[in-house]
Design a protein around this ligand. Sequence first.
Ligand code: APR
Ligand code: PHB
Length: 393
Amino acid sequence: MAAVKTQVGIIGGGPSGLLLSQLLHLNGIDNIVLEKHSREYVLGRIRAGVLEHGFAKLMREADCGDRMDTEGEVHDGFFIAYNGKKNRVDLKGLTGGSSVVVYGQTELTRDLYDARAKLGGVVVHLAEDVQPHDITSKTPYLTYVKDGKKCRVDCDFIIGADGFHGISRKSIPADKIRLYERSYPFGWLGVLSNTKPVSPELIYASHARGFALCSLRSQFLSRYYIQVPIEQNASDWSDDAFWAELKLRLPNDVVAHLETGPSIEKSVAPLRSFVAEPMRYGNMFLAGDAAHIVPPTGARGLNSAASDIYYLYHALMDHYRNGDDAGLREYSQKALARVWKGQRFSWWMTTLLHRFPDNSVFDNRLQQTELDYLFSSEKALAALAENYVGLPF
Ligand code: APR
Ligand code: PHB
């Protein structure tokens, strides 16, 4: 069996694994990324693209910020529409100067891949049957199969950054991990189209027919979503039916400016809240979607992953540079404290803006009151804004 030695073995070449790999490499810490799929497959996944300023800073620190800074858009606010009217959330004003960067996850991942390649970072694609071994020992290792040959990576630490369906979390004995989960009785049907976005800033819409979101990737590429029953598939919806339903859920003055066109991607994403605790088992550390998932309302997914990477990167630097393991010991607790705040916020935004099939008239009135309260109270809006731009690491 071909064997190599490295310091940190990373399972998963999504944004979490690649960002950590790049940051460690820049600081002289040797690492290898094992990714199950091809680069093209990973880049083919369409995901959200709202970055907290803390995340944008980390991308710059990773020498990956150039394209994000030229092609990404800084958004100082967004809208929540209900009762036929748009209401602006002035992120910058409410937070004393903070904003978000709108930059697609696909582009961000492409930049991370390019940065890894430029530095000669090792990212093994199409690594099949990745398995962590001896996780609780001081000498853990990974095995995988590449082109039919079995390979082995000896390392000091394993990072499980292999997403919700990955192998790392599943390798932890059931009595050593606790799972918290909520699924929602609806999904988001998303459409990407080469049209001019209806609004320069995002519009989250609450409507009796269900939630809708107007988002964008650039001034030529729009991303729209509508809430649909969980059992529906993208193939149940023609483009015309999608646009017609979207129009029914948006205020008239928005619909008047909506440019429609053929979809270039259409898919349904389920909504789920999920946390695995703790985020460490022996010398394996979980990060990103491998340990937690949020519903996309509020755009916390990628940002929660970034905060894990921030803590892990600093903890590993302390270990290798100063022989200080406090960061590694405290990683799970620190990361989870922020993860749960992201969970709370995503659950709250989801509950505020969606129509739940089993809602009573009482629940609907409360939802309406919550929205009225939000837009009548600067303090309530400030709490929303503070969470949307991202709590400090
Ligand atoms: N072996 C190797 N790689 C694997 C395995 C495995 N057994 N299982 C999954 N992977 C890979 C996937 O192919 C994927 O490329 O791990 C990667 C995980 O990437 P993501 O699912 O994107 O998770 P993460 O990097 O934590 O990204 C954070 O933020 O916006 C959210 O959910 C969104 O993906 C996003 C996440
Ligand atoms: C997206 O553009 O895909 C997007 C934006 C904001 C969200 C969720 C998704 O809250």
